[in-house]
Design a protein around this ligand. Structure first.
Ligand SMILES: NC(=O)c1ccc[n+]([C@@H]2O[C@H](COP(=O)([O-])OP(=O)(O)OC[C@H]3O[C@@H](n4cnc5c(N)ncnc54)[C@H](O)[C@@H]3O)[C@@H](O)[C@H]2O)c1
Length: 309
C-alpha cells in the first residue's frame, strides 16, 4: 500500500479548500459562556453566529488580550491561521510564523482588518536555534511574551513496512522536538503566561498507519503534563488541545465523502470539526479564563474520543 499524506509541509501544501462556517455548537457554547462576560462587565451577545471570519471583538469590542503577545507556529494555514485570527480579534499582538515568505505574507494580509497587531516571522522552527530565533523575534518586537502555540506539523501516514528514517526524523523534529524547544525558548522569555501544544485524538485512539504520528501526539500529551509541573511555580501554564479531523489545507488531499461520512457517524455532535472550533479552545487556554488549568489535554472533537459508536 502506498504511503499517503495527511498534512503537507509548506512546499507541498495544496490550496483552495472551501472554508466551512458553522453556527455556535457544543464546546463552542461552553467557551462562549466563559468568554461571555469580561472582568470589566462587557457582555457579548450569547446568540451570535461565530464563523472563522467573525471574531468576538467584531461585534462587542471585547478585547481581553490587548497588550499581550503570542507566537503561533505554522500559522500560515489551517488551525494556526484560525487561532491567529481569533487572538488578533481579542486584541493581542501575534507572531505569525511559517516556513515560507509567501505563506506568512498571505496570512498577514488576511488578518489586516481584525485588530490587534500581526507580526510576520518566516522561520523553520523544527530546530532549537530556529525556534529560539522565532520566539525571540516576537519578544523583541513586542517587548514581552505571554504565550506560545506549538502548532506546526509535517505528517505522513505510513504502513509499518514503509516507515523510513527520513520521514520519521522530519516528523519528530517538528512534531515532538520542536514542542520541547518551543517550551524551553518561551519559558526563558516569559515571566508568566500560557503555552498550548496542539496534539491530536490520534494520541488517544489509534487509526491505521499512524504509528509515528500517534506516538508523537501521545508524546506531546506527556510533554504537556511534565512541562506543567516544571513551570507551574513560575506562573506558566502548559496545556494541550486534541482535535479530531478538521478540514485544513494540510488534510485536504486525504478527504473523501465516504471517509467523512464515517467520521461524522462516529461523532456524537454529528459533524466534523472546524478550524474555528480549535481556535476558540486555544484562546480559552491562553487567556485568564483558564488561569487555574494546567497540564490538561482538552479533546475538541465533538465527543468522538469518548464513544464506542
Ligand atoms: N487538521 C486536522 O485534522 C488535525 C487533527 C488533529 C491534530 N491536528 C494538528 O493541528 C496542527 C495544525 O494542523 P493543520 O491541519 O492546521 O496543518 P496545516 O498543514 O494546514 O498547516 C500547518 C502549517 O505548519 C507549517 N509548518 C510545517 N513545518 C514547519 C516548520 N518546520 N516551521 C514552521 N512552520 C512549519 C506549514 O507550512 C503549514 O502552514 C498540527 O499540529 C496537526 O498535527 C490537525
Amino acid at each position: 500500500m502506498a504511503a499517503y499524506n495527511i498534512y503537507f509541509a509548506a512546499e507541498e501544501a495544496s490550496f483552495g479548500m472551501p472554508e466551512i462556517n458553522v453556527g455556535l455548537a457544543g464546546g463552542a457554547a461552553m467557551l462562549n459562556t466563559l468568554f461571555g462576560r469580561s472582568k470589566t462587565g462587557i457582555s457579548r451577545p450569547q446568540n451570535s453566529s461565530l464563523t472563522e471570519e467573525t471574531t468576538m471583538a467584531d461585534t462587542t469590542g471585547y478585547r481581553p488580550l490587548t497588550g499581550r503577545a503570542f507566537l503561533v507556529t505554522g500559522a500560515g494555514h489551517g488551525i494556526g491561521l484560525a487561532t491567529t485570527k481569533r487572538l488578533l480579534g481579542l486584541g493581542a499582538t501575534v507572531g505569525i510564523n511559517d516556513l515560507r515568505q509567501n505563506f506568512v505574507d498571505e496570512a498577514v494580509g488576511a488578518v489586516a482588518e481584525l485588530g490587534g497587531q500581526a507580526v510576520g516571522i518566516v522561520q523553520d522552527v523544527a530546530t532549537r536555534d530556529g525556534m529560539r530565533t522565532a520566539v525571540k523575534a516576537l519578544h523583541d518586537h513586542a517587548g514581552r511574551l505571554d504565550g506560545l502555540v506549538n502548532n506546526a506539523a509535517w505528517v505522513r501516514y505510513q504502513t509499518v513496512a514503509e516507515i523510513a528514517p527520513a520521514t520519521m526524523s522530519r516528523m519528530l523534529a517538528i512534531g515532538f522536538e520542536a514542542v520541547i524547544w518551543g517550551i524551553q525558548a518561551a519559558a526563558e522569555l516569559m515571566t508568566k503566561g500560557a503555552i498550548v501544544n496542539i496534539a491530536s485524538i490520534a494520541g488517544l485512539r489509534a487509526a491505521p498507519n499512524t504509528i509515528v504520528y500517534s506516538g508523537i501526539k501521545a508524546g506531546v500529551m506527556g510533554i504537556t503534563r511534565a512541562a506543567a509541573v516544571d513551570l507551574g511555580g513560575r506562573g506558566i501554564r502548559v496545556n494541550a488541545i486534541a482535535p479530531s479531523a478538521v478540514p485544513t489545507e494540510g488534510t485536504m488531499r486525504l478527504r473523501n465523502a465516504e471517509r467523512d461520512a464515517t467520521r461524522i457517524a462516529d461523532t456524537p455532535m454529528g459533524r466534523l470539526g472546524t478550524v474555528d472550533d480549535i481556535a476558540r479552545a486555544v484562546c480559552f487556554l491562553l487567556s485568564d479564563e483558564s488561569e487555574f488549568i494546567t497540564g490538561q489535554v482538552l479533546s475538541v472533537d465533538g465527543g468522538t474520543s469518548i464513544t464506542t459508536l
